[in-house]
Design a protein around this ligand. Structure first.
Ligand code: AMP
Length: 284
């Protein structure tokens, strides 16, 4: 596995692979890798000949007062995981390699970025869309792999790729969970043992909603009330939203129909947690 810290180096590695006729898969991450990231790497290794993983804690997607400084950066461990799971190259640039000057050019995806997390993290998706555009332009992959765990990020990136005719395909991989249902996240390591136990309430609330929808309930007011009933079991959870939305446009629904995104975000102590499930109402 080769490690590139500069744009010139990673471009040279990818161009060599392309000359050898290999297809290129790309897994963008912020590092602190866990089994959720590993599933993306494995999917990329299965579907592509040459797999690039990026490790970059992107400052432009963090708001003031968020956890940019304390975000974990276990580089050696991350490199070992990438190597063990068959990545061909890692792109691990420093901050000034990616942002050598004041950034004046931004990619903003309207509407899809606005509800859900967009209301609580202003500027977040602009940072995500901008860094992904830069990374896609640097790496030039055929396929890029994203996790369903970050459903709004997926919707934003898919819309951006479609609107800007970017020459790659987005592959979405299922959310990887702990045995008790908690979605894996690099931020879970911030949780105290007590908070770690309480954090499972989010998935329980999502399952309550999904169960109701699968049983034929379409009234979103009733579904969200049921989610809140579950979430109230943990008074320490400061709920940001418990939402039922269209899975593609992310528009809030009054009646559950089509592909429905059920999503929850909240804070336990200083840790922000998000999770979601998608229910295809037409299929039941
Ligand atoms: P991050 O390092 O948090 O920016 O995440 C990098 C990629 O891993 C994103 O596409 C995430 O959606 C994905 N990811 C994070 N957690 C999970 C998970 N539990 N299951 C599947 N994918 C995940």
């Amino acid at each position: 596995m080769q490690i590139a810290a500069t744009i010139t180096e990673i471009r040279a590695l990818v161009s060599q692979a392309r000359k050898a006729g290999r297809t290129v898969g790309f897994v963008p991450t912020m590092g602190a890798l866990h089994a959720g990231h590993v599933a993306l790497i494995q999917a990329a290794v299965e579907q592509c000949d040459f797999v690039v993983v990026s490790l970059f804690v992107n400052p432009t997607q963090f708001g003031p007062g968020e956890d940019f400084e304390k975000y974990p950066r276990p580089l050696d461990q991350d490199l070992a995981l990438c190597r063990a799971h068959g990545a061909d190259a890692v792109f691990a640039p420093g901050r000034t390699e990616m942002y050598p000057r004041q950034n004046l050019t931004w990619v903003s995806v309207e509407k899809v970025s606005e509800p859900l997390c967009g209301r609580f993290r202003p500027g977040h998706f602009r940072g995500v869309a901008t860094v992904c555009t830069k990374l896609f332009s640097i790496v030039g992959p055929d396929l890029a792999f994203f996790g369903q765990k970050d459903a709004q990020q997926v919707a934003v990136i898919q819309r951006m790729v479609a609107d800007l005719n970017l020459p790659l395909e987005i592959v979405v991989c299922p959310t990887v969970r702990e045995p008790d249902g908690l979605a894996l996240s690099s931020r879970n390591q911030y949780l105290s043992p007590q908070e770690r136990k309480e954090a499972t309430v989010i998935y329980r609330a999502l399952c309550r909603a999904a169960g109701l929808i699968r049983a034929g309930e379409t009234d979103v007011a009733k579904i969200t009330e049921q989610m809140h009933e579950v979430l109230r079991q943990v008074p320490a959870l400061r709920i940001e939203y418990a939402s039922v939305a269209d899975a593609e446009s992310l528009a809030e629904l009054r009646q559950a129909r089509g592909r429905v995104l059920v999503a929850v975000a909240g804070r336990l102590g200083s840790t922000r947690l998000i999770d979601n499930v998608v229910v295809d109402v037409g299929a039941h």
